[in-house]
Design a protein around this ligand. Sequence first.
Ligand code: FAD
Length: 81
Amino acid sequence: MKAPRFAYARPASVAEALALLAQHKDEARVLAGGQSLVPMLNFRVAAPKVLVDINRIAGLSGNQGCEEPHPHRRAHAPRRA
Ligand SMILES: Cc1cc2nc3c(=O)[nH]c(=O)nc-3n(C[C@H](O)[C@H](O)[C@H](O)COP(=O)(O)OP(=O)(O)OC[C@H]3O[C@@H](n4cnc5c(N)ncnc54)[C@H](O)[C@@H]3O)c2cc1C
């Protein structure tokens, strides 16, 4: 199956991404790693008019160690192996 037609946006900042999501409301979906969303598009379970790709937004990837309230790691989405 092929994904339905959608407009693709690649914001360079969180503010730009939020503005796109506010502008397109329910017709927009965030694209992070695509591990769930791309199969949903292909099976036409999801059919957003706009995909907002957050993969190029600085500060939204990687992970960091945190000590509070206990030692743990915080993963930012999208997470690249
Ligand atoms: C081979 C395979 C094995 C898996 N095994 C497991 C497993 O063992 N346990 C498990 O729990 N899961 C498992 N998963 C599911 C996997 O965890 C999810 O597919 C993955 O977490 C989705 O993350 P993503 O970044 O790819 O999101 P995407 O597919 O890009 O997005 C998923 C949904 O979240 C929304 N979204 C994504 N990022 C944001 C954001 N920053 N803000 C708002 N909305 C957002 C998207 O719009 C979409 O609706 C597996 C998936 C695959 C393909």
